[in-house]
Write a protein that binds this ligand. Structure first.
Ligand SMILES: Nc1nc2c(ncn2[C@@H]2O[C@H](COP(=O)(O)OP(=O)(O)OP(=O)(O)O)[C@@H](O)[C@H]2O)c(=O)[nH]1
Length: 528
């Protein structure tokens, strides 16, 4: 026996011999009456004790307590010695501590130090002794397992973070709800929470409004009323959220620090624990995202907070995308409205460019263009084309006796009658002043004379405050004749109608002679 083992064993040389032979790493020490570790106190170490610490055979540790204390890793020393001292006082059960001890090669290894106690007649601990076991490999494997566990949970975190990002990427631009609920579901299920939700700022009502909520299976959604949480319920929350800080309630202790109203509000919703995080965008506080535990208290881990912060970022991206989409849609609708107004304005400009403002009939410019087009068509393939020139009788008199406005009303009424009476293919327009022109394609002279007669009768039959009649000159385009020549002939026929007593129709003879051209010539445009 090289080292004495205390107590009865020391008086049992056979047992001691066997311990030495088996190489057991055992130790013992008497416990001073004070019941605390005395560094200078005696201690005994078996040869196996020195061997597990890597000492060469035959090398012994000096038999003092501080020999063990010196070998303890600085980080483990005070905790191990304190625990040992406590055991010396109580002596209850067995002692076990895991600690690092410096080995003979200067490196630290993990060991398990165990002890049992012997009590004296007064029940005080008088002796403790135990074993030292090398658990370095065990600790290394435990660490590897923990690292693997950590990696697994890190993987799970990244998996959920990726799912959150996917929920944003896949979001339908025209609908925010699906994307938000997807984010809350991913968040809630990862955190094994009972509820996950989004509250939005309602500055008008000075309240938080829960707009979206996800509930775990078996959890009843929070009651619809009161859905809103007045700002005043949690004073300072707005400011701290604006500064990027959330709020954590881990259990009853945290709840007790809230105002009675806030406690009652959370109690009504069975909140045992909750964690919330601000949702901001471009410096604007949009709301907050959070989750509740309704059946347990909770200590929030770093990954709880990290995933919640990530969810807040993703929700902010969702909300901003939706907001931009809505603004785009509004801008598009406004643009469409402006475009529509522009198209209408252009149509009106075009209509005004073609029509006479007073009567609404085609104007002189349009009639000139139409006559040119008919002339080109006639040259390609001659067809019957007639024109009817109309002049209101004694119109000057109406103006002079009844006033210009009354004259205008007569012009408007006659124009309306012309529009009513002409066929779809015919065009009636204001030729100038109190003169009108009807272009009648595919209409030979006789048919044009009938049409003119119908128009004359219609005008004469108008029930006007200032009764009026009109005279008509009809001419059909001759082969090789120019439009200006046609109009001169029509004008000449009109002149004849005036000469013969007005309120009548005169047709121009087919002969395109120049005799009889009257002074009105200059008023016929050269439309050819
Ligand atoms: N109220 C009104 N009068 C117009 C307009 N354009 C032309 N006039 C008038 O129409 C009258 C035409 O008169 P005249 O050319 O002498 O012919 P008239 O009085 O109709 O006599 P006859 O043609 O020979 O039957 C003139 O007094 C013009 O001022 C218009 O847009 N409104």
């Amino acid at each position: 026996m090289t080292l004495p083992i205390g107590g009865d064993d020391a008086e049992n040389p056979r047992l001691a011999l066997l311990q030495g032979h088996a190489g057991a790493a055992v130790w013992d020490m008497p416990v001073p009456a004070a019941g605390r570790v005395d560094p200078a106190g005696p201690a005994s170490w078996s040869p196996g004790f020195a061997r597990v610490l890597g000492y060469p055979p035959g090398q012994r540790l000096a038999g003092r307590v501080d020999n063990l204390a010196r070998l303890l890793h600085p980080d483990d020393r005070s905790a191990t010695l304190e625990a040992l001292g406590e055991y010396m006082r109580s002596g209850e059960g067995g002692f076990a501590a895991e600690c690092r001890l410096r080995c003979h090669d200067g490196y630290y290894r993990w060991f398990r130090l165990t002890a049992d106690a012997q009590h004296d007649a007064d029940g005080r601990v008088s002796w403790i002794g135990g074993a030292l076991t090398d658990i370095h490999e065990l600790v290394a494997s435990r660490r590897a397992l923990a690292r693997a566990d950590g990696l697994r949970s890190l993987n799970r975190f990244h998996d959920h973070a990726a799912r959150l990002a996917n929920a944003v990427a896949r979001m339908r631009l025209d609908g925010l709800d699906e994307g938000v609920l997807n984010c809350l579901r991913i968040l809630g299920s990862y955190l094994e929470a009972d509820r996950a939700y989004l509250f939005r700022v309602d500055t008008a009502q000075k309240a938080w409004v829960v707009t979206h909520e996800w509930c775990a299976e078996g959890i009843v959604p929070r009651p619809c009323k009161p859905r809103d949480m007045p700002f005043g319920l949690f004073p300072g929350l707005c400011d701290s959220l604006r500064q990027g800080q959330g709020m954590a309630i881990g259990g009853a202790g945290d709840l007790a620090r809230l105002s009675p109203a806030a406690q009652a509000y959370l109690e009504a919703q069975s909140v045992h624990a909750m964690l919330i995080h601000p949702v901001c965008a471009d410096g604007e506080l949009l709301g907050f995202v959070g989750f509740d535990d309704t059946r347990r208290e909770r200590q929030f881990s770093d990954t709880d907070r990290a995933l919640l912060a990530l969810a807040a970022e993703n929700l902010s991206a969702l909300m901003m995308r939706h907001r931009h989409y809505q603004r785009e849609q509004e801008a598009r609708r406004a643009l469409e409205r402006v475009n529509h107004q522009l198209v209408e304005a252009l149509a009106e400009v075009e209509r005004l460019a073609r029509h006479d403002a007073l009567t609404g009939l085609f104007n002189r410019g349009w009639l000139d263009q139409a006559l040119k087009a008919e002339a080109r068509r006639f040259r390609r393939a001659p067809y019957p084309l007639s024109v009817i020139l109309i002049d209101i009788d004694h119109f000057k008199q109406i103006n002079d006796t009844r006033g210009h406005d009354a004259g205008d009303r007569v012009l408007i009424a006659i124009a309306a009658a012309l529009r009513r009476e002409v066929r779809g293919g015919d065009s009636a327009g204001r030729w100038g002043g109190e003169e009108f022109l009807v272009i009648a394609p595919d209409t030979p002279r006789d048919a044009a004379l009938q049409l003119a007669e119908r128009l004359r009768a219609a005008i004469a039959g108008l029930r006007l405050a200032c009764p009026a009649t009109a005279s008509f000159g009809v001419a059909e385009l001759q082969a090789g004749e120019s439009i200006s020549r046609l109009l001169i002939r029509a004008d000449r026929a009109l002149y004849r109608a005036k000469q013969e007593g007005r309120d009548r129709v005169c047709g121009a003879p087919p002969d395109a002679g120049t005799d009889g051209i009257r002074a009105r010539q200059g008023r016929v445009s050269d439309a050819n």
